[in-house]
Design a protein around this ligand. Sequence first.
Ligand code: ZN
Length: 243
Amino acid sequence: MRTLILSDIHANLTALKSVLADAGPFDQVWCLGDIVGYGPDPNECVTLIQSLSPLKCVKGNHDAAILGEIDLRVFNYEARDSLLWLRNKLEPQHLQWLNTLEERLVFDDVTMVHGSPRNPIWEYLMDTVSAGENMSAFSTQLCFVGHTHVPGVFQFNDDKIGSTDYYAMTDGSEFIPENKVIINPGSVGQPRDNDPRSSYVVFDNQTNRFEFHRVKYNIEQVQKRILAAGLPRRHASRLENGW
Ligand code: ZN
């Protein structure tokens, strides 16, 4: 079975379509949250994600914010501006659907959260210290996170007590877990590892192999829609820098 693993689409429909076209056939989809926020196509992205089946999806911090679960003042002012814009733009049925998403899903040998297993909505797993501290916060072998917009894998290392190794993942990288792992597929709609291409992962459970992929999309088209929508200019400019 081939599982397509996505995160941080951030209302970028062009990027999402490129990923779906590039990924080839898949049997199911796991989505790690932040479908909306920053980008110009929130309704279209929710509709497209909803249409994928079977789908498992958790709630991100931007999704939680638009549901009124997080005070907008904790966001930086540009993220806040786009959330205020989104309030008027997101259709009620899409808001309702976001409201059905859980913060954490656990099934088979898989845990799914947006941020981290100990703080599903808000913690950024940027380093091996915080990842190591989180290894005891989930009981499955595999844990999937998004939120940092940087693709990579943290793997628990039995040899050194309490140690966790980090593997940065680029286009074409593959990973076969040997221990407990926290896997981040990177971001579809707003990558932040200086590679502007959309990031995603395909998991083949026959071989237990995770393939990391990058795919180009028409950034200029999305930038035009961001500016036409009156969203902050930096949301447009950062896309071409992959930051
Ligand atoms: Zn995000």
